[in-house]
Design a protein around this ligand. Structure first.
Ligand code: GTP
Ligand code: SPV
Ligand code: MN
Length: 603
């Protein structure tokens, strides 16, 4: 990593020579800067101002229809050693990738302004914080970085004082003037058909080309906080995870901090802002997407949310499912790819029971309920400061983070995976993470609904060999006292009945599962032994007030040994792809599950 402010200046000059922008602006994170950029984006047609009364200080952006989600097939881990990227990542030789990218970046900012955005992931004075500087030619990216990270000139002071930093280079790849000096017409959402999201873990660098959307372009998020972050975490003894973070207070006033890893669009934002349906419980938000976790001096794991805002999925968000999210985005929000109402407000599928009679949809087309196009894109999102959240925890930006009591893994699984189970040990919990699989959502390209393995919900985000990452998790557990380790659980809100209906009501009713989790933390209830871990006794799950049948509840906690043996066998095949890197302890954990299942089937 580079050191001192001079190194930032040198890098900016080097990038400017290559990308040839018309001008360079150093961003300071001020609200004056934010407001000027928003005005400019309105003038260029990238964003539209929403009605000031209905949605104060809020905007709608419509992207190019080809630039709507993360592009995993164009995401590369460019480690010197191919084995360090591992079988779950696209690998490219760092030298070859840079040669290729230099050709693409050459002149890519012609006619545009280059913004230099110093940002901190984590509270700027926290020991857990890490600094970055993003160079981008997209003002939409700059305003989004303002919301999602701590953009501040103070970061440059930290760098000058010797702090390490991550150079993160981004261009939408749409120069305004060709090399032959022929004027090209600008569009409201410039981007390039050719996209590269490249990471250089050996030098902690990020180069992103061609996309202006989300995790492809807001480089503090997935690129730095997860892919580069996970590599740093492995080296430095901490964990960089795709997890929400909440404070949960029980009716008796005891407070717990819970981390949960669910794949993209599988419920993190919803759980992070849960409105519990059981009386006396309180959920407070600390983070909805990323957590950095490190042991403190007493050997307890503590977590921070390195982000400063939420980039949340809009479709499905309603007063019924996530009232706190709706409150969060009542003002001061940038919406992307949602529909525009005739009154100048926003709408998306699932927001209200009755659909508006007329909208302009995310493609800019007239839309009515009979239309065969979506109103909002399924991966439409809102970008908003964390401080807008009505249930934000006071500790959300505590520089030391919060002590972690439980870790939960969950995916979108129509069958097999029970509502909740508790692991037997840290290592068995690591197996829960490693076995995580989920039906694909619209958050990335690919076929929605097809089952894919998504270990630790980190498949698209782990910047090094996934098997080494599992070993790192095992090592972190082994290095700490077992009694101080969080307990590890798995959940599944998405099991369906034979008619294809969700068996579990989900959302605020997920508190009923957290109630059981807390009872287990407090040793208040016994659990049933099963081959895949500890399961709740049905009488220990509070279902009062739910319209749910006894047989549905039984189905929710059922573990079918035959189906699970198939699950194990698929996992064995998956684990084999890691060859000798697969941690022996993990195969051992899997073998134990298998033998318990075989025994269970026999009796
Ligand atoms: P990323 O931001 O992509 O990492 O996603 P996320 O994990 O934060 O997902 P989010 O909370 O935005 O949930 C996405 C989708 O899952 C929405 O359509 C929700 O309505 C749905 N969802 C969330 N929680 C539940 C639940 O408990 N039950 C059911 N059935 N659906 C849920
Ligand atoms: C995800 O896909 O997991 C997200 C959205 O949180 S993005 O930032 O676009 O990756
Ligand atoms: Mn995410």
């Amino acid at each position: 990593m580079l050191k001192t402010n001079m190194s930032v200046i040198g890098w900016v000059q080097e990038v400017a020579l290559l990308t040839k922008p018309d001008r360079i602006i150093w961003c300071d994170g001020s609200s004056a800067e934010m407001n000027a950029l928003l005005d400019q984006l309105v003038q260029t047609g990238t964003i539209t101002k929403l009605d000031e009364k209905l949605r104060p200080n809020s905007y709608l952006a419509r992207t190019n229809p080809t630039d709507v989600a993360r592009v995993e097939s164009r995401t590369f881990i460019c480690s010197a050693n191919e084995a360090d990227a591992g079988p779950t990542n696209n690998w490219s030789d760092p030298g070859e990738m840079k040669t290729k990218l230099k050709r693409l970046f050459d002149g890519s900012m012609r006619g545009r302004t280059m913004y230099v955005v110093p940002f901190s992931m984590g509270p700027i004075d926290s020991k857990l914080a890490r600094y970055g500087v993003e160079i981008t030619d997209s003002p939409y990216v700059v305003v989004s970085m303002h919301r999602m990270t701590r953009v501040s000139s103070a970061v440059l002071d930290k760098i000058t004082a010797g702090a390490n930093w991550v150079p993160a280079l981004h261009s939408v790849g749409a120069p305004l003037v060709t090399t032959s000096e022929k004027q090209l017409q600008d569009t409201s959402w410039p981007c390039n058909d050719e996209k590269y999201i490249a990471h250089f873990p050996d030098t902690s660098e990020i180069w992103s080309f061609g996309s202006g959307y989300g995790g492809n372009a807001l480089l503090g998020k997935k690129c730095m906080a997860l892919r580069i972050g996970s590599v740093l975490a492995n080296k430095e003894g901490w964990l960089a995870e795709h997890m929400l973070l909440i404070a949960l207070t029980s009716p008796l006033g005891k407070k717990y901090h819970i981390l949960a890893a669910f794949p993209s669009a599988c419920g993190k934002t919803n759980m992070a802002m849960m409105n519990p349906t059981l009386a006396g419980w309180k959920v407070e938000t600390l983070g909805d997407d990323i957590a950095w976790i490190a042991p403190d001096s007493s050997g307890k794991l503590r977590a921070i949310n390195p982000e400063a805002g939420f980039f949340g999925v809009a479709p499905g968000t309603s007063v019924k499912t996530n009232a706190h999210a709706l409150h969060t985005i009542a003002a001061n929000t940038i919406f992307t790819n949602v529909a525009l109402t005739d009154e100048g407000d926003v709408w998306w599928e699932g927001m209200t029971k009755t659909k508006p009679e007329h909208l302009i949809n995310w493609l800019g087309h007239d839309w009515t309920p009979d239309s065969n196009e979506d109103a909002a894109h399924p991966n439409a999102r809102f970008t908003v400061d964390a401080t807008e959240c009505p249930v934000l925890s006071n500790d959300w930006d505590h520089p030391e983070g919060v002590a972690v009591d439980a870790i939960i893994f969950g995916g979108r699984r129509t069958t097999n995976v029970p509502l909740v189970a508790e692991s037997r040990s840290w290592a068995h919990g690591v197996l829960y993470g490693a076995m995580l699989s989920s039906e694909q959502t619209a958050a990335a390209e690919g076929t929605v609904g097809s089952l894919r393995r998504d270990p630790f919900a980190m498949l698209p985000f782990c910047g090094y060999n996934m098997a080494d990452y599992w070993q790192h998790w095992l090592d972190v557990g082994a290095s700490l006292k077992a009694s101080s380790l969080p307990k590890i659980f798995q959940v599944n809100w998405f099991k369906k009945d034979s008619a294809g209906e969700f068996l579990w009501p989900g959302f605020g009713d997920n508190i009923r599962v957290l109630d059981w989790v807390v009872n287990r933390l407090e040793d208040k209830v016994q659990a049933a032994d099963s081959p895949i871990g500890w399961l709740p006794e049905l009488y220990d799950l509070q279902t009062k007030g739910l319209e749910i049948t006894e047989s549905a509840m039984q189905e929710l906690v059922a573990v079918d040994p035959n189906r699970w043996l198939t699950e194990v066998s698929l996992t064995e095949d998956f684990f084999e792809t890691f060859g000798t890197k697969l941690p022996a302890q993990l195969s051992q954990e899997l073998a134990e599950v298998k033998s318990r299942l075989e025994h269970n089937r026999a009796v």
